[in-house]
Write a protein that binds this ligand. Structure first.
Ligand code: GLC
Length: 742
């Protein structure tokens, strides 16, 4: 670990409050506003601005020599020598790239996610980065939205749990450790509800839904000690988050008592004018500052307009001092006043064996087996003579990294093709055909070669999906099928009669229904990162057993969206009894009342694959669910257990999930809510009784009066391997006389 040089000899134990307040007292108004400004590393006159004390942070610089140079200007040439925050989107790795966050979420493992973040912090801090804009914890229920790739999925409990793990990984036990970096909760709040899955679009979220679904992960990471928040671009119920005082002050500061700094998103302050929320940039500056955005990212409205707002008593100097203090305290917590230079990165840090082995482990645990007909998988190199590897993502080290991987290099990746060749060595003849130039190619020019090698092979491994450009910020799709002619390519290979193992790399759920009957097995790998090739290979050949579970629902058709497991029951819930597929009615269909329940005429109401779904090479049997007591006094806990047996031939891991349903609430409640999960290992034939403990406080929700509390009544509880589980029992929460008085 690089030791940062000491340049300011402050005793580490000096009291933060007194240090910051004494520094603040020395600062001019210009210097205070300077701390509230974050400039991009290519900003004009950056050195001069830093020298004048007009820059609190620089974003997007990752070269250690350049960073040390900027820090030296700030510390040794500016009047007060205040060091810089160096921010970067270290979203799922720095040089070692891990699966995209949605993929990491499919591991359902806090340990894996935390270590990914820890390694990312080690590598990025080794270059002088001390602030990342992660975790992105926007609840995402619309796979048309490109940023679902950066999220931890559709569920508040899973997102809260794994988001907290990421914070611990990035920040470590002590923010001033040289390998710790400040984390950032983004995008506060409700961004994932962007209408039609179009990025930056309007969000209309009733307060009850906001509090019960979208805010919990932010509250969880705030309670976990995350260092910073980022205000979202999005218009929240008519008031853009970046200018939303109810959100940034009443909720974040008053209710949650959060004290860390809030940074805007990229130019989201001047965008308040574009929203039509402010008439000009001065009023945008006022609204953002008054709402509680402490630092402006990339644009210069604070620098341009804050002084006049203060001179005209629109913003008080006390407000400015409070905001600047938050920034200075973060720098103090990071130890930047004590040491902020970084020695040149040691070569043993980046992409070292341990980092790469964890990248493989994370990718292995993130892959989700969606189909495995007739136990096609795992393959055996002893029974295959010729293997066809086909597809535009089979040998592309860049595309497998996914979105937000700017500091990862394609040349460091190990692709599926190279890993497969390395694995089978001379025992199998591996033929490769890209089949299509890109995942978006709209022609069959490369099909003949692919057909030829498939025809001569025992099995075809097709590695398809989305290039990275189809995923991430501003990369939304109105259709979420396999892009280009990939479905046609699958059909062409299907016609050869050679069995197909389909591996998909993508940044979102894909509507696979059209091709599912044509393939024998499907392994969903997300964008798996640097070590995607070895991870996928070891899974395909049975060196590892798939254990990932979906953190997001896979719809049958894009028209079903939004479709998520925690839906409300409605007054006319769908059911098999009432669903009528209009396509099965061949005759003329008079205008009669069909079904009269909440379904579509042309698509079954269920998902293609439900939240929490994932197959294994073995099978798990769930039985004997029971509760420790049926009647649970408010304020107490109950145990829920079930026995899981590995009834197959493979030793394997299973992610056991616990769901509840509050059958009657003062506001309607979801038909299922995840409230616990455990990753267990069972040898073939082994059984284990898994016990969950639930406290009645964990059943609380925001009611009509926005009071957060648990209501007495009947609850269903399930334990299973996905959200469709039917292994269920029930319990009742009751109030004691004492509770009744509350
Ligand atoms: C982007 C994103 C945000 C990111 C920031 C800095 O526009 O919305 O998530 O952290 O700008 O790159």
């Amino acid at each position: 670990m690089p030791t940062k040089n000491c340049q300011l000899h402050h005793s580490k134990g000096s009291d933060k409050e007194s240090y910051v307040s004494s520094l603040l007292a020395k600062m001019t108004l210009q210097e205070k506003i300077g701390q509230m400004s974050q400039l991009n590393n290519d900003a004009e006159k950056l050195d001069e601005s830093i020298q004048k004390g007009l820059v609190g942070s620089v974003i997007n610089e990752v070269d250690v020599i350049a960073i040390n140079r900027l820090q030296k200007i700030a510390i040794q040439e500016s009047r007060l020598g205040i060091p810089l925050l160096i921010g970067r989107d270290v979203i799922h790795g720095f040089n070692t790239i891990f699966p995209i966050p949605l993929g990491q979420a499919a591991s359902w493992s806090s340990d894996i996610v935390e270590l990914c973040a820890k390694i990312a912090a080690i590598e990025s801090s080794n270059n002088g980065v001390n602030w990342t804009f992660a975790p992105m914890i926007d609840i995402s229920r619309d796979p048309r939205w490109g940023r679902i790739a950066e999220s931890l999925g559709e569920d508040p409990y899973l997102c809260s749990t794994l988001g907290t793990a990421m914070v611990k990984g990035f920040q470590g036990n002590n923010l001033s450790d040289s390998s710790s970096i400040a984390a950032c909760a983004k995008h506060f709040a409700g961004y994932g509800a962007s209408e039609s899955g179009r990025d930056y679009n309007t969000t209309n979220i009733p307060e009850n839904e906001l509090r019960n679904v979208y805010l919990p992960p932010f509250k969880a990471v705030a309670d976990a000690g995350i260092s910073t928040f980022m205000a979202s671009f999005s218009d929240l119920n008519g008031i853009p988050a970046t200018g939303n005082k109810w959100l940034l002050n009443d909720i974040l500061r008053t209710e949650w008592r959060y004290s860390g700094p809030v940074v805007s998103d990229w130019e989201s302050i001047p965008q308040l004018v574009t929203h039509g929320f402010c008439a000009d940039k001065e009023s945008a500056t006022f609204e953002a500052c008054d709402a509680g955005v402490d630092m402006e990212m990339a644009s210069d409205n604070y620098a341009q307009h804050l002084i006049s707002l203060i001179q005209n008593d629109k913003i008080s100097i006390e407000q400015i001092d409070t905001m600047v203090s938050r920034i200075l305290k973060l720098k103090f917590d990071l130890g930047l006043f004590y040491s902020s230079f970084t020695e040149s990165p040691s070569s043993t840090v980046h992409l070292n064996d341990f980092h790469l082995s964890h990248a493989k482990q994370a990718a292995t645990k993130s892959c989700v087996l969606l189909k495995n007909n007739k136990q096609t998988l795992p393959l055996s190199k002893n029974t295959i003579d010729t293997l066809a590897v086909i597809g535009p993502l089979a040998d592309d080290g860049y595309e497998q990294l996914g979105t937000w991987a700017f500091d990862g290099k394609a040349s460091d990746s190990i692709t599926c093709l190279s890993a497969i060749k390395d694995y089978v060595k001379d025992s199998v003849d591996v033929k490769f055909s890209i089949g299509m130039e890109t995942s978006r190619s709209n022609n069959d020019d490369g099909f003949d070669e692919a057909i030829n090698i498939a025809s001569a092979a025992n099995i075809a491994i097709m590695i398809l999906g989305e290039e990275a450009i189809l995923s991430g910020e501003a990369h939304c799709r109105s259709n979420i099928n396999l892009p280009g002619y990939q479905e046609e390519l699958i059909n062409a290979i299907y016609e050869t009669g050679t069995p197909i193992v389909l591996v998909i790399m993508a940044g979102r759920p894909i509507t696979l229904q059209p091709i599912l009957p044509k393939v024998d097995a499907v392994l969903f790998a997300w964008h798996p990162g640097t070590m995607g090739g070895p991870a996928i290979t070891e899974l395909l050949f049975g060196e590892e057993c798939p254990s990932g579970k979906l953190p997001v629902t896979f719809p049958r058709a894009v028209g079903q969206i939004p479709l998520y497991y925690g839906q409300k029951n409605t007054g006319r819930p769908p059911s098999e009894e009432t669903f009528v597929d209009i396509n099965t009615i061949k005759t003329k269909a008079p205008q009669t009342s069909l079904g009269m329940t909440s379904t579509h005429l042309d698509t079954h109401y269920s998902p293609l694959f439900p939240f929490g779904f994932g197959l294994s090479y073995t099978q798990f049997d769930y039985k004997n669910i029971k509760v420790s007591e049926y009647c649970v006094p408010m304020g107490k806990s109950l145990k829920v257990e079930a026995t899981i047996t590995n009834t197959g031939d493979f030793d394997a891991e299973e992610i056991v999930q616990l769901y509840i349903r509050d059958l009657v609430g003062s506001v309607t409640r979801p038909v299922k809510e995840l409230k616990g999960f455990k990753r267990i290992y069972l040898a073939a034939g082994q059984s284990e009784t898994v016990i969950f403990v639930i406290h009645t406080d964990e059943l609380a929700f925001y009611d009509r009066q926005m009071k957060f509390k648990t209501e007495p009544g009947l609850f269903n509880v399930w334990i299973g391997g996905n959200s469709d589980t039917e292994l269920k029992t029930e319990f009742e929460v009751f109030c004691t006389e004492h509770d009744e008085k509350i």
